[in-house]
Design a protein around this ligand. Structure first.
Ligand SMILES: Nc1ncnc2c1ncn2[C@@H]1O[C@H](COP(=O)(O)OP(=O)(O)OP(=O)(O)O)[C@@H](O)[C@H]1O
Ligand SMILES: [Mg+2]
Length: 250
């Protein structure tokens, strides 16, 4: 299964994408985690130690070229993995699209196309999971980076702007032709899930699950550690584990 995690800035996309990746790898899946945020930070969340972050490579621009007006990969996925992937704990394979190091040097649209093609090339079988972590802007939907995923989840916090942002994201994802599109509630405190449920019903959207507000993420970040390593038994990490299994059941 191939899935994308989208949502408003700071909603918890990377926290959920990275923790899902680790949990699914523990459950026995071969997991490819893709960081398509051009200010990337999925690496730490999947458990690459802070001291090794400088060793995380990014895709090189020549992994894609244009053939007959369409972007295609210049290498096989195995070659891309060999050259650019980092292996995170539990065997998660991590690929990071880009991290600009120079200012005023042009756009990175071709790296969106590289990731789109990497998702397309990722294995499809029942033992494989591909998780695409996206950036807050909806540009990735405009250019179709997540076109080849089976499902896109919009992470929303239980307040109006975040919910509205999720609604707009899911409309674009449906327009892209993605089969399953759903909200994922995050940072949910007592009594707040009803608000998200009402919003989902009102707009005819699926609500695929909910993760509670949990201080463990704050403490994990202060310790520069992956939540699943820092607080494996915390309520929210356990909830993301449950979510991992329920998302795959559909
Ligand atoms: N369930 C939660 N409870 C409490 N804090 C959370 C929860 N989920 C995420 N956070 C915190 O919210 C902040 C933003 O999380 P994260 O970086 O995952 O969001 P994001 O959507 O990926 O952000 P960006 O738009 O910058 O990519 C982090 O400090 C994270 O620790
Ligand atoms: Mg993020």
């Amino acid at each position: 299964m191939k899935l994308a995690i989208a949502g408003k800035g700071g909603a918890g996309k990377t926290t959920i994408a990275g923790t899902l990746a680790r949990q699914l790898a523990r459950d026995g899946y071969e997991v490819l985690a893709l960081d398509n945020d051009l200010n990337p930070n999925l690496s730490l969340t999947v458990g690459i130690p802070a001291a090794s972050l400088d060793d995380v490579s990014t895709l090189s621009p020549d992994v894609v070229h244009i053939v007959d007006g369409r972007y295609e990969l210049t290498q096989t996925l195995d070659e891309i993995r060999e050259a650019h992937a980092m292996t995170a704990p539990d065997g998660v394979t991590l690929l990071v699209a880009a991290e600009p190091k120079t200012a005023n040097t042009g756009c990175l649209g071709h790296m969106h196309m590289a990731m789109r093609n990497v998702v397309a090339a990722a294995p499809d079988g029942p033992d494989y999971i591909c998780i695409l972590d996206t950036e807050a802007s909806t540009e990735h939907l405009k250019v179709g980076t997540a076109q080849h995923v089976d499902a896109l989840f919009a992470v929303v916090e239980p307040y109006f702007k975040s919910l509205e942002s999720g609604r707009r994201i899911l409309a674009l994802a449906r327009d892209l032709g993605i089969d399953r599109t759903a909200l994922l509630a995050n940072k949910v405190r007592d009594g707040e899930i009803e608000k998200v449920q009402r919003f989902a019903e009102q707009h005819g959207l699926e609500l695929a699950g909910a993760v509670p507000y949990d201080e463990c993420f704050f403490h994990a970040e202060r310790a520069a550690a992956a939540p699943i390593d820092f607080a494996p038994d915390s309520e929210a990490v356990v909830a993301i584990g449950d979510l991992a299994r329920s998302l795959l059941r559909g």
